[in-house]
Design a binder for this molecule. Structure first.
Ligand code: FAD
Ligand code: MLT
Ligand code: ZN
Length: 514
């Protein structure tokens, strides 16, 4: 049995040169030759009966916002039409960049009256095609709504505008010894409004829970322009329906989130990261169980990387792992207030894990730059896989005992097809698996006839969810029934109709067409 390297013995190998690379580059150039319009890729989706943009509309928006905050040059508009994985592409002619709630209210009032469809957009890092227009919807970019309104160190609360970038918020909170309860690979670009609208999960859900728990209040502009002020900062408030929860995860279909209040935990004084190699999936489960038992209140993240995912990070991004040749790697993070206490607990855990033969090799560090380098091995898998050409991404919740079963099944199912790699990674501590299938070229028939029927049926048979954290967006509307009953879908449609009777807010998303 090999010995786990201590903090000081840890070698960076090929990682060092990537230290400063951000986890996300929204300007990523796809290897795909050209963008296929969503209307051609999904021909069954028909444009709704919305008004087409005309010069009078453009004049109204320019009078309201000023010309510089109304983009109409096709070169300026194009990035807002295409999603991060370059799989959906609309043909909007206009992007609006409001700076205030009042401006958004006036925009929606006008769009509602004129029956102009609107697609709200945050950092455009969404992975289910929700953040870009399907046809010619007006893009409402939230990026200039980026002011921090208040940070209260004593109560541990943050109030800010919806367009604040997640990482920026976390950096500001650090000055007050607080942190964002949410962290994800897209932190350098995604916005808190987008996070709330997708109910994003991320890397520390295991410790801090969902945004449904952490968002204390929201301000929302409704489809008719009405401003709904639910910007509560109290941690406890049981006065009637919790209206904010309707907007958390509704992906811009019920209203535009303009401001948010969040509870923010104290920033831990001690963080330690262990990156462990294990020989089979049974040992992954044993590692998770032991980590929960031994690390308990200090455990802040437990993530899984399989060998094909690590290979992709190495092959396409040149990032070398300090340990390799294992089928599975488990990343375990502890956070606490006393480094000696946390280290002692981690050492007991590692000792037990190695003595029992669950963990074979690994490294441990508490040096920030080294931890950041290890996190890249996990956070940049999505980016690495994009280099293959096309990636079909599935984000499922599963009972943890079935967590990885689907990956070898899919590898077998797809062995004689254009798929080149099938990987599984994700938030194993929360039962959230990311199954990614990579190929050189996008193949809609493979998606429609082989991959999706297989994945969604299998997940629903295992009583899983077809979307653990990315949402439904455009791509999964027709599969919603695998995770929601007809009664639930019908009630969702009634709510949509109540909030947005003209259907102008992010049409074609979340709800099934029929
Ligand atoms: P966008 O992509 O712009 O929009 C997402 C949806 O929200 C769209 O439907 C849009 O219309 C709507 N929307 C955006 N802003 C508003 C608003 N203010 N009001 C109303 N509606 C709005 N997701 C996870 O859950 N966990 C992860 O660990 C994770 N990791 C990721 C890693 C990478 C590298 C990438 C590229 C993505 C990852 N994602 C993850 C997916 C994505 O980052 C999240 O869904 C994120 O919350 C989207 O935020 P955004 O600001 O980019 O929103
Ligand atoms: C992640 O956890 O890395 C993200 O959700 C993105 C992905 O699914 O690739
Ligand atoms: Zn994820």
């Amino acid at each position: 049995m090999k010995k786990i390297l201590s903090v000081t013995q840890f070698l960076l190998n090929g990682l060092r040169k990537h230290e400063n690379i951000r986890c996300l580059h929204t300007g990523y150039i796809s290897h795909q030759k050209q963008f296929v319009l969503t209307k051609d890729r999904y021909p069954h989706i028909k444009r709704g009966n919305y008004t087409e943009l005309n010069d009078n509309h453009v004049k109204f928006f320019k009078d309201l916002l000023g010309s510089d905050r109304v983009l109409t040059d096709p070169n300026d508009v194009q990035p807002y039409n295409t999603d991060w994985i370059k799989m959906v592409c609309g043909y909007s002619r206009i992007v609006l960049k409001p700076k205030t709630t009042e401006e958004i209210s006036n925009i929606l009032k006008f769009c509602n009256k004129e029956k102009l469809a609107v697609c709200p957009q945050g950092g455009n890092t969404g992975l289910v095609g929700g953040s870009v227009p399907v046809f010619d919807e007006i893009v409402l970019s939230m990026s200039l709504m980026n002011k921090i309104i208040n940070i209260n160190e004593l109560s541990g609360t943050l109030v800010c505008e919806a367009g604040c970038v997640l990482e920026t918020l976390d950096q500001e909170l650090e000055k007050h010894n607080l942190m964002m309860p949410l962290d994800l690979g897209a932190k350098g670009s995604c916005q808190i409004g987008g996070n709330i609208s997708t109910n994003a999960g991320g890397l520390r859900f295991l410790r801090y829970g969902s945004l449904q728990g952490n968002v204390l209040g929201v301000e929302v502009v409704l489809a008719n322009g009405e401003v709904l002020d639910c910007l509560n900062v109290l941690k406890k408030d049981n006065t009637g329906f919790h209206l904010r929860h309707l907007f958390i995860g509704s992906e811009g279909t019920l209203g535009i989130v303009t401001k948010a209040a969040l509870q923010c935990p104290p920033r831990p004084k001690s963080i330690i990261l262990a990156f462990l190699g294990v020989e089979d999936f049974e040992s992954v489960l044993s590692t998770l169980k032991l980590a929960k038992e031994q690390l308990s209140e200090t455990l802040s993240s437990c993530e899984l990387i399989d060998a094909p995912s690590l290979d992709a990070v190495n092959k396409y991004l040149g990032i070398k792992s300090p340990i390799d040749e294992f089928p599975f790697y488990v990343l375990i993070e502890t956070s606490g207030s006393d480094v000696n206490h946390d280290e002692e607990k981690l050492n007991v855990f590692l000792d037990k894990a190695m003595t029992r033969g669950i963990v074979i090799d690994g490294i441990v560090t508490n040096e920030p730059s080294k931890m950041q380098n290890i996190w890249q091995l996990r956070e940049r898998i999505a980016e690495a896989l994009l280099h293959t050409g096309a990636v079909y991404k599935y984000d499922v919740s599963l009972p943890v005992q079935h967590f990885y079963e689907i990956v070898p099944l899919l590898q077998n199912e797809l062995k004689d097809t254009s798929a080149t790699v099938v990987t599984g990674y994700g938030h194993i501590g929360d039962g959230n698996l990311h199954v990614n299938i990579a190929a050189e070229e996008y193949d809609q028939d493979l998606v429609n006839n082989v991959i999706e029927p297989f994945v969604f049926k299998w997940v629903s048979e295992k009583k899983g969810s077809i979307s653990a954290e990315h949402g439904i967006g455009l791509k999964k509307t027709e599969f919603l029934h695998y995770s929601k009953t007809p009664e639930a879908i019908s009630l969702m449609k009634k709510l949509k109709n109540l909030f947005d009777p003209s259907g102008i807010l992010n049409p074609y998303k979340v709800l099934p067409l029929h």
